[in-house]
Design a protein around this ligand. Structure first.
Ligand SMILES: C[S@@+](CC[C@H](N)C(=O)[O-])C[C@H]1O[C@@H](n2cnc3c(N)ncnc32)[C@H](O)[C@@H]1O
Length: 348
């Protein structure tokens, strides 16, 4: 397998990749207005959501070019809240690579070098911006086939001190395809079936009112009988025959805990979030792309599953971490890119 690490502007790096060579893109772009990655030209600090969406649109147009005709892109995005100058009081404008940056009292985000940039939207303060869906719909309008919105549900969300809305405990993962028909291995990510039958299975004495829609001559006649008779008869038969399916198609809510990665200065994608995307979106030997590579999670999971990978990131400071995590210690060429081959790291 070949693993490539490119350092530079995402668009420039993508232009170095051959058209229709990548099977699957799995990525978590910088979220809008949330974090400063300390590099000139980074995405995420645009003044308005519209500018941010248009930049991501350009990136994903290039991603579409490098994807094979039956390729897919899995994009993880979180949301932001609109903030205005008047109620940002109290937020620090201190920004470090490890910091979670918020706008300062003038609605600006400071970067590593102390330069500031004004961040605002035309929404009133406190509004949820709806960035993930805005991006998804913009990509759809640009020609992508939007195939699924997946909820990444976090059992261990970041605590929030809010008292006027629920604590945010989810992000989105969108599955987009280059064509109407695309490679998707449902079998590879099927789930164990913990079957819970929907509806009342057996009409209970104590609650005959629940079956009023059946218009029985007498509800008493139905007590002890099954509702939804056709379905239940087939099911009872399957139970007798031992043919109740043990697996089911993967559903669209994925419960995955965030995985802290020591040394990472930003939200690292959990390997468990990346794994189903790669398994469903590609075969052994295929090429996987992460145009916003960060700590190199997508390359690592690609290695576990015998896929090749391309990593891109603007910030050369993240490269040693990504290389080390991927078992390429000492091969750090911060301002160039390297093609490296090695035995795949086993998934332990
Ligand atoms: C959310 S992080 C990705 C984290 C990654 N998925 C992981 O698991 O470690 C976004 C990354 O995008 C990079 N980035 C921001 N703007 C960029 C640009 N214009 N070109 C390339 N990379 C960029 C940042 O440096 C940051 O590492």
């Amino acid at each position: 397998m070949i693993h490539k690490f490119y350092i530079g502007q995402v668009i420039d790096c993508l232009r170095r990749i051959e058209s229709e060579s990548v099977q699957c893109c799995v990525t978590s772009p910088p979220y809008w207005g949330l974090r400063d990655y300390g590099a000139e030209g980074q995405i995420g600090l645009e003044k308005t959501p519209e500018e941010y969406i248009s930049k991501l649109g350009e990136v994903f147009r290039e991603v579409r070019r490098v994807l094979r005709k039956d390729g897919t892109a899995w994009i993880n995005l979180g949301d932001s809240y609109a903030k205005t100058e008047s109620n940002n009081g109290g937020y620090s404008n201190k920004s470090t690579l490890s910091g979670f940056t918020r706008p300062d009292t003038k609605g600006r985000i400071a970067n590593e070098t102390g330069k500031t940039q004004r961040i605002k939207s035309n929404l009133e303060s406190k509004n949820l911006v709806g960035i993930p869906w805005r991006v998804a719909l913009a990509l759809q309008a640009d020609g992508w086939f939007l195939r699924s919105d997946i909820i990444w549900s976090k059992p261990n969300p970041m605590p929030e001190s809010v008292t006027d809305r629920p604590t945010k405990a989810h992000e989105y993962l969108f599955l987009l395809a280059k064509s109407q028909r695309y490679y998707y291995d449902a079998e590879a990510i099927k789930e164990e079936a913990a079957w819970e039958r929907w509806g009342d299975q057996t009409i209970k004495k104590e609650n005959p009112g629940k079956v009023s829609w059946m218009k029985p001559k007498s509800k008493q006649e139905l007590i002890g009988k099954r509702t939804y008779s056709g379905f239940n008869q087939r099911w009872d038969q399957a139970e007798q025959d031992g043919t109740v399916p043990k697996f089911r198609n993967k559903r669209s809510v994925w419960e995955i805990a965030t995985e802290p990665y020591p040394g990472a200065h930003f939200a690292v994608m959990p390997t468990k979030l990346v794994e189903p995307c790669i398994l469903a979106g590609s075969k052994k030997g295929d090429l996987i792309l992460d145009p916003f590579g960060g700590s190199g999670t997508v390359s690592l999971v690609s290695q576990w599953h015998q896929r090749s990978s391309i990593y891109i990131d603007l910030n050369p400071k993240y490269l040693p971490m990504a290389l080390e995590r991927n078992g390429f210690n000492g091969l750090c060429h911060a301002d160039t890119f390297e093609i490296i081959e090695q035995e795949a790291i086993p998934n332990v």
